[in-house]
Design a protein around this ligand. Structure first.
Ligand code: NAP
Length: 283
């Protein structure tokens, strides 16, 4: 059995450190390696992987959407998201999953004690990560999720894909963010703003003042570990969570799919988080 992560670029990925640590903790001698696959090379990769004993792989940019028509079966959550991040060979068939949304839900529950059921949420962004989190919040029966995006048409497209009708598109200007935040007990940042290497930052943080006391602020970014958004939220006494628990939880869920058996998720998440702490270069 061999496992891989494919993408382009992929050599910077943290997944080999995380998955390697979890496989080691389980006493399994299964290699998990990065493999560069360029856009357009997926059919050749799938044939090669099958012949080479690769029984599962994670996928990152630019393959998450392009894999869908090439697989034999797609799990309903991945189908709804239109993207897969985990692929397993089961009985000779390639099966695709997406663990990003469930990883975010697990992080919210386990690290912040938040169950989104019945909640109104403000979600910033409408890219790939925003879609996974927004659909997971809707599936967790959040009452309303305001999807605020700079390019509002992208937010409209995302919200139209919610079969439950719980997602509402909104603009990204300061007044709209304040209005949405005032009705929300959770705010989730799924934009690049504040990420290491991103030249831009939030223009102002007045939307944080509009959140009710005790509200949660979840920033998907994990590098840096504490973004300016989280610092500002903490200063206002709000509950905060960075992207690391989501990263770790989506990896645990992917490993469950690869091994096709349930794992002690909290124990595995702790192993994965510890491996990242021991390997800061993995960031
Ligand atoms: P993406 O598809 O490229 O989406 C980027 C989003 O950021 C879009 O909504 C974009 O708005 C918005 N944005 C970018 N620059 C902006 C600016 N200057 N002002 C306002 N909005 C701006 O990226 P992604 O894959 O969804 O990733 C988004 C973030 O989530 C990244 O920071 C990534 O590291 C993080 N992430 C974390 C995890 C985890 O496990 N913790 C997993 C996946 C992603 P437009 O639509 O207007 O361009």
């Amino acid at each position: 059995m061999k496992l891989q992560i494919i993408g382009d670029p992929v050599l910077h990925s943290k997944s080999p450190v995380i998955q390697g640590a979890m496989l080691g903790a389980l006493g399994l001698d299964i290699p998990y390696t990065p493999h560069v696959v360029r856009r357009g090379e997926l059919p050749q990769y799938l044939a090669w992987a099958r012949d080479s004993g690769v029984s599962g792989f994670n996928a990152t940019m630019p393959h998450k959407e392009d894999l869908l028509p090439l697989l034999d079966h797609i799990d309903p959550a991945a189908r709804a998201m239109g993207a897969v991040n985990t692929v397993c060979l089961r009985d000779g068939k390639w099966v695709g999953f997406n663990t990003d949304g469930a990883g975010a839900a697990a992080a919210l529950r386990d690290s912040l004690g938040i169950d989104p059921a019945g909640m109104t949420v403000t979600l910033l962004g409408a890219g790939g990560a925003a879609k996974a989190v927004a659909l997971a919040l809707a599936a967790s029966r959040a009452e309303r999720v305001f999807v605020c995006n700079r390019t509002v048409e992208r937010a409209q497209t995302l919200c139209a894909q919610d079969p439950l009708g719980r997602l509402a598109p909104a603009e990204f200007d300061p007044e709209t963010l304040v209005r949405c935040a005032a009705r929300s007990r959770l705010l989730v940042n799924c934009t690049n703003l504040g990420m290491a290497g991103c030249p831009h930052q939030f223009a102002d943080f007045s939307f944080l003042d509009a959140l009710p006391p005790g509200a949660g602020v979840f920033d998907l970014i994990y590098h840096p570990a504490r973004t300016e958004l989280l610092s500002q939220a903490k200063r206002r006494g709000l509950k905060t969570l960075n992207g690391l628990p989501m990263l770790v939880n989506q990896a645990v869920l992917a490993l469950e799919r690869f091994l096709n058996r349930p794992l002690d998720r909290k124990a595995m998440a702790a192993v994965a988080a510890g491996a990242l702490e021991d390997n800061p270069a993995a960031f």
